[in-house]
Design a protein around this ligand. Structure first.
Ligand SMILES: Cc1cc2nc3c(=O)[nH]c(=O)nc-3n(C[C@H](O)[C@H](O)[C@H](O)COP(=O)(O)O)c2cc1C
Ligand code: SF4
Ligand code: SF4
Length: 408
């Protein structure tokens, strides 16, 4: 019988599914619901020393549901955070992770607020070095000069030095484990994570999200797409679009540092996404947009399906497959190829001609309504097979020796 429990940063959780920090983790009722539906832990909404600006919970979903973006979301002040943690510890048995940041330009305040949240009962402190909605836009526009109030959020997570300084301060202030939440806007997230680990971070949350402009209304003079903004800032890109970056970043840190304890977050929408993150090295997975889009029930499904999957695969614990994908990741210089060509199954072909269109390939032409493949011209790139809507093209070993396979 599979055991779904996991441990990261010495926090023991009944399963790897974490409620990510957002407006879905700002009330005790939400935390109780999370516990009922089977979440493994919860990261509370960011707790701050003062509100950086007036925030309103406005969202924009792109029509294809590739992302959810939020330019601002109200945070909790210290007193509210303390009350919430106390209530959570009284009314729920879930591990409570307090997501927090100090005041811009005041290192000590990071330690002070963390100590206060630890005293309230937080089981772990998540240092927020990733918020894309504080400071980042002002920095990009050249409006931040020095140690000002807005040097917060993702700006801190862009610099290994700044991040390490914050972790050092918090490490000295608290005994509970520390998690650091990264930003994909760092040019080298691995370097930031390593600097944090060196100063005592127990685990790394990979990651918060990049800052975007979700689009503009082409029929109304380029106004914001948000129904409820007249003018709008750049915003954080949440949801499925991030998964590929999240997996890359988890894998990259796991490859460099086998001892890294990673909670994967960003674009993980279902149990399969979470399994992928674990295969890439994550110990646990945090979900946010999935809860906004599908509600709390998703945790029931995540647990059930992970259990079924592990039973089917013969895994006892998630450690039986964690990081297994890493051995298949190689540098461009060292990767191995499989030489294949497409083979047509005429009975499935809809004669649509899509496979003959790719601009880089002259190996396929339509003859009597069906694709005809010239093997000598095929590079074995596999694109046609993946484009075929009828799955009528199967990739089979190329009978030609590798030296005769064209590259272009
Ligand atoms: C409305 C909203 C509010 C968020 N608030 C916080 C926050 O307070 N602190 C934080 O570290 N991340 C916050 N996030 C980021 C999420 O925790 C998560 O890292 C991000 O949404 C990526 O995961 P997803 O693709 O599953 O949504 C917020 C996200 C959303 C959508
Ligand atoms: S595998 Fe690539 S090169 Fe070969 S026929 Fe298909 S698209 Fe063309
Ligand atoms: S894309 Fe598929 S269905 Fe369409 S012509 Fe090619 S093989 Fe046939």
């Amino acid at each position: 019988m599979p055991d779904l429990s996991v441990t990261y940063g010495s926090l023991e959780c009944r399963n790897p599914f974490v409620v990510a920090s957002a407006s879905t983790s700002r009330t005790v009722q939400q935390i109780k619901t999370a516990e009922e539906v089977g979440a493994g832990a919860v990261i509370l909404k960011a707790i701050v020393t003062k509100h950086p600006y007036e925030a309103k919970p406005f969202y924009y979903n792109d029509p294809q549901k590739q992302f959810l973006t939020n330019p601002s979301d109200p945070r909790l002040l210290v007193d509210e955070g303390v009350e919430l943690i106390k209530a959570c510890k009284k009314e729920s048995g879930l591990p409570i992770i307090a997501n927090t940041m100090g005041s811009g330009g005041n290192l000590e305040s990071w330690g002070d607020i963390s100590k206060t949240l630890e005293a309230a009962g937080a089981d772990m402190i998540e240092i927020n070095l990733g918020c894309p909605n504080i400071g980042l836009m002002q920095k990009a526009l050249g409006n931040i000069k020095g140690d000002e109030d807005q040097v917060l959020g993702a700006i801190c997570g862009q610099s290994p030095l700044v991040a390490a300084g914050i972790v050092k301060t918090v490490r000295q202030a608290v005994k509970v484990p520390i998690m650091v939440k990264m930003t994909p806007s760092a040019s080298d997230m691995t370097a930031v994570a390593e600097a944090c680990m060196k100063e005592g971070a127990d685990c790394v949350d990979i990651s918060n999200v990049p800052q975007i402009l979700p689009g503009v209304d082409i029929y109304h003079d380029g106004r914001p797409l948000y129904a409820n903004y007249v003018t709008a800032p750049f915003s954080g890109l949440c949801g499925p679009a991030n998964k590929v970056f999240t997996l890359r970043n988890i894998a990259q840190l796991s490859m460099k540092r086998k001892d890294a304890e990673i909670v994967g977050s960003g674009g993980l929408m279902d149990w399969e996404d979470c399994v992928e993150a674990i295969l890439c090295g994550a110990k646990a997975t945090a979900l946010c947009t999935a809860i906004y889009w599908h509600g709390w029930d998703i945790f029931n499904t995540l647990n059930k399906r992970l259990h079924q999957y592990m039973e089917e695969m013969g895994y006892q614990t998630t450690e039986d497959f964690r990081g297994h994908a890493l051995k298949y990741i190689a540098t461009h210089e060292t990767c191995e190829f499989r030489y294949v060509v497409p083979e047509l199954d005429k009975s499935k072909c809809k004669k649509c001609g899509i496979c003959a269109k790719p601009g880089h390939c002259d190996a396929i032409e339509m003859v009597d309504g069906y694709p005809s493949i010239t093997i000598e011209k095929c590079m074995g790139c596999s694109l046609c097979a993946s484009l075929c809507p009828a799955k009528a093209l199967k990739l089979v070993p190329n009978p030609l020796p590798p030296s005769r396979v064209p590259t272009h």
